[in-house]
Design a protein around this ligand. Structure first.
Ligand code: AMP
Length: 283
């Protein structure tokens, strides 16, 4: 496996690959790789001749008071994980390489970025869509894989690809969890042992809502009360949102069905965690 750090080299590599009629899969990440990332890479391996993973902690998707500086980084370990998952090429540019002096062009998806993380993290999705559009132009993949852990991000990227006529297949992959239910995340590294236990309230709340729906309860008010009760049992938990939305449009719903999205963002101490499920799906 090789590592490329410049845009010019990455584009040259992909241009050659395409000229040789090779297909390219891309898994964009911010590094500090875990089994969730690896699952995307293994799937990517099966979908193209060449598998590229990008590792880039993207400054433009962090707010001024967020954890850009603290975000965990370990490129050496990441390259081992990527190689084991079948990655051929890691693209790991610097921030300066991606955003040189004079940079001033951004991609913005409108309605879909208004609720949920868009509301609680202003500017976040503008940074995400901009960097993903750049990565698409740099790596020139035929297919790109994203996790449903970031459900809204996946929806926003699908929208961008459709709206801007990008000729790339977007594949959404299931959430990978620890054995006790916690969704894997690079940010789990921030949690103290006590917070690690508290963090289980997110997956427990999702499970409870799925169970209630399975038992016939359709009222979002009732489902939400149970979600808030479970998370409320953890004194250190602060809810940014706990929303029931249409799984396609992300519009708020009052009556739930199997296709309803329950999306959570909860701060455990200083760590902001997100999780979600489609209520009718095993998760
Ligand atoms: P990140 O490095 O957190 O930006 O994530 C990079 C990609 O991995 C995104 O498409 C995420 O949705 C995906 N991802 C992160 N955590 C998980 C997980 N637990 N299960 C599945 N995909 C994940």
């Amino acid at each position: 496996m090789h590592i490329i750090e410049t845009v010019a080299e990455m584009q040259a590599f992909s241009r050659e690959a395409r000229k040789a009629s090779k297909s390219i899969a891309l898994v964009p990440t911010m590094g500090y790789l875990h089994e969730g990332h690896a699952s995307l890479m293994r799937e990517g391996r099966t979908r193209a001749d060449i598998l590229v993973a990008s590792i880039f902690v993207n400054p433009t998707q962090f707010g001024p008071t967020e954890d850009f500086d603290a975000y965990p980084r370990d490129l050496e370990r990441d390259t081992d994980v990527a190689a084991a998952a079948g990655v051929d090429m890691v693209f790991a540019p610097t921030a300066r390489e991606m955003y040189p002096q004079g940079f001033q062009t951004y991609v913005n998806v409108e309605e879909l970025t208004l609720p949920l993380c868009g509301a609680s993290r202003p500017g976040h999705f503008r940074g995400v869509t901009t960097v993903v559009a750049k990565l698409f132009n740099i790596v020139m993949p035929h297919v790109a894989l994203f996790g449903k852990k970031d459900f809204q991000q996946l929806a926003v990227i699908r929208r961008m690809v459709t709206d801007l006529n990008m000729d790339i297949d977007i594949v959404g992959m299931p959430i990978i969890r620890e054995s006790d239910g916690l969704a894997m995340s690079s940010r789990n590294a921030y949690l103290t042992p006590e917070e690690r236990k508290d963090a289980l309230c997110l997956s427990a709340a999702l499970r409870a809502a799925r169970m209630l729906l399975g038992g016939g309860e359709r009222s979002v008010a009732v489902l939400k009360e149970e979600v808030l009760r479970i998370i409320g049992e953890v004194p250190e938990a602060q809810i940014a949102y706990a929303d029931f939305r249409d799984g396609d449009t992300l519009e708020a719903v009052e009556t739930a069905d199997g296709r309803t999205l329950l999306a959570l963002a909860v701060k455990i101490g200083k760590t902001r965690l997100i999780d979600n499920c489609i209520l009718g799906e095993e998760n």
